[in-house]
Design a protein around this ligand. Structure first.
Ligand SMILES: [Zn+2]
Length: 432
């Protein structure tokens, strides 16, 4: 199996790629527009430096070779979203090439090239007519083209996760804005699924296509070379009526833009969350996957770890971070963090009341139930649900459920409750 991707990422610049119009996405159509991004004859584009810095930074995190000199071309095609009949993009002198991203289990995915281009207008279709919104026209995009190095669904998931996490630390959220073409071939011929929006759809489209092609091959049928589209409602790919892949695009040099020397443009240095998770895991003998899960899309969590890793027990600190994420606390002060850690280290259950007391710097009230009170609680619960004893004999895991119910009621230390629950259940069922 061979999977390759062409991913379009919108750059979060303030203004568009070749004009001063705002990139802000607003509900009112056609207000962030001017003769340049509308493609009026005689209008002259000028290049946005911020887009170059971001594109260079993306090339950098993808370990691409970065060109000192870049140029632009016109990709000529006729479509309503491009009234000037061409899109400004890059061909030979694209900003980055021969990159590499390392995903899970050390698998290397090569990046063929990355290029800068402008987004076309948005087409809003209805039954009788189509409308055009030019607010999006001219927004800077970076297209990332991979080699067909991805060989399983698992690798595709890992690639998307790695790319997303790296871009997140560059300030680019691709979750909703990602648009991708997927090349996927299980047989000899290449099948292309065009214009898939969003990472979830991308993974689903791939899954469907793998199943479809596997099924064809199992019946002795070779999948044919074709372009397909992804239907979000039916969650399947379909043969595309437009044969875009067979069409030859015309390219000519863009006469309105010179060759740019971008050698002195800066690169934004960013954290690599995957490397960071590994470093922290080694330093504190902790599971790197859990750290990565906490920090991959959460800069705040990483800052909190880095500020406190020397001060507290790392296991407790990670537990506190999980609670902070669970309760979506976006600004915890030093005293609150300390109080939270005391609760965690005391083995107490953290719930909404605990958290709100901690944030208000109030003493957390624990139920003053004695051991005896909790024992009675466990017995009472079992008596009200007599089925538990019969089921416990077959399934010892039921003790977790009973203990969970008691912990909720008594806000007690989970470890002790579980220990007592098991003891009581064993004695009531006559087991050891
Ligand atoms: Zn404009």
């Amino acid at each position: 199996m061979k999977i390759g991707l062409e991913i379009h990422v919108a750059l979060p610049t303030k203004s568009k790629l070749f004009c001063g119009c705002s990139t802000e996405q607003v509900d009112t159509p056609n207000i962030n527009i001017c003769p340049i991004c509308m493609g009026f004859p005689g209008s002259k584009p000028s290049l946005n430096e911020e887009a170059i810095i971001l594109a260079k930074s993306i090339a950098n995190i993808l370990n691409c070779k970065i060109r000192d000199k870049i140029s632009f071309v016109r990709k000529v095609y006729f479509y309503p979203d491009l009234p000037k009949s061409f899109q400004i993009t890059q061909l030979q002198e694209s900003i980055g090439y021969e990159g590499l991203i390392i995903i899970d289990k050390g698998k290397r995915i090569n990046i063929r090239r990355i290029q800068i281009e402008e987004d076309p207008a948005k087409i809003i279709r209805s039954e009788e007519y189509s409308l055009l919104d030019f607010n999006r026209s001219g927004i800077p995009l970076v297209e990332i083209v991979t080699e067909p190095d991805i060989t399983s669904e698992e690798e595709l998931t890992s690639f998307i996760f790695t790319l997303k996490a790296r871009l997140y630390y560059l300030g680019i959220d691709i979750d909703r804005e990602i648009k991708a073409d997927l090349n996927i071939s299980l047989g000899k011929e290449r099948v292309e699924v065009k214009n898939v929006t969003g990472t979830k759809n991308l993974l689903e489209a791939a899954r469907y296509e793998i199943e479809r092609q596997t099924e064809l091959i199992s019946r002795g049928i070779e999948p044919t070379k074709e372009t397909r589209s992804y239907d979000e409602k039916e969650r399947k790919t379909k043969a595309s009526r437009e044969k875009e892949s067979d069409e030859e695009y015309g390219y000519i040099y863009e006469p309105d833009l010179p060759e740019y020397n971008i050698k002195n443009y800066s690169i934004r240095e960013t954290v690599d969350p995957i490397e960071k998770a590994k470093e922290l895991a080694e330093k504190h003998a902790y599971n790197p996957k859990i750290i990565l899960e906490a920090i991959a899309f959460d800069r705040y969590a990483l800052d909190l770890i880095e500020r406190n890793e020397e001060k507290y027990n790392f296991n407790s600190l990670m537990q506190a971070i999980m609670e902070i994420k669970r309760f979506k606390i976006d600004n915890i002060d030093d005293l609150s963090l300390k109080m939270l850690l005391e609760e965690i280290e005391g083995g107490f259950q953290i719930d909404k009341d605990t958290i709100s007391s901690i944030i208000k710097h109030e003493k957390v009230k624990h139920s003053d139930f004695s051991q005896e009170g909790i024992d009675n609680g466990i017995r009472e619960f079992i008596e009200k649900n007599p089925d538990i004893l019969r089921r416990y004999i077959k399934n010892k895991k039921l003790a977790d459920y009973v203990a969970g119910e008691i912990i909720k009621r008594y806000k007690a230390k989970p470890k002790e409750v579980l220990k007592r629950t098991i003891e009581i259940l064993n004695s009531m069922t006559g087991q050891k």
